[in-house]
Design a protein around this ligand. Structure first.
Ligand code: ZN
Length: 171
């Protein structure tokens, strides 16, 4: 990481709008793939919450009430996180008005607040609970996007068998 960002930088191509019972990040114009949309604030906490992004076992990019806190999950996401630069980038063309989404399982190991996904994607996996709960095939499909932390866990073999057969971990 280069200089420290106190606040997030947010592209004019996205904004937070009312969505359902809350708010969500939406494209304001058409966005080509590979576009930098948000540079996350360099604010970190050691405990996860609904708005944090996991970077290490006890290291999470904090919820700062900025644009990145309002990115919904999708099992067919249109953005991903560059974990080295701590930036959000588009991976698909995004149309104006479309939700900006990423896959929470590329960084979250074991989510404190699991939820039922309603992204509507044909490959929707249903319950979103964190990487540790994915099947081997689901893990493989996320491999290009995984955070360095999850990559490290995989390389060290500190990942249980996959699916629901492993014991629940209290974190
Ligand atoms: Zn889904």
């Amino acid at each position: 990481m280069c200089e420290r960002r106190e606040r997030a930088w947010v592209s004019e191509l996205v904004e937070v709008r009312p969505f359902g019972e809350g708010r969500a990040l939406v494209a304001t114009g058409s966005i080509p793939p590979g576009t930098r949309l948000i540079a996350l604030a360099h604010v970190f906490v050691d405990l996860p919450s609904k708005y944090t992004i996991q970077l290490g076992e006890h290291l999470h990019q904090a919820g700062t009430e900025e644009a990145d806190d309002f990115m919904n999950h999708s099992c067919a996401p249109n953005v991903t996180i560059d974990f080295e630069a701590l930036e959000v980038r588009s991976i698909l063309p995004i149309a104006a008005g479309e939700l900006v989404t990423f896959d929470y399982n590329i960084c979250e190991w074991d989510m404190r607040e699991p939820f039922s996904c309603r992204c509507g994607a044909s490959r929707c996996i249903g319950e979103i609970r964190g990487f540790r709960h994915l099947t081997a095939a689901q893990r493989r499909s996320l491999e290009p996007y995984l955070s360095p932390y999850l990559r490290r866990r995989l390389a060290e073999g500190r990942v249980p068998g996959g699916g629901d057969d492993d014991e629940r971990q209290v974190s």
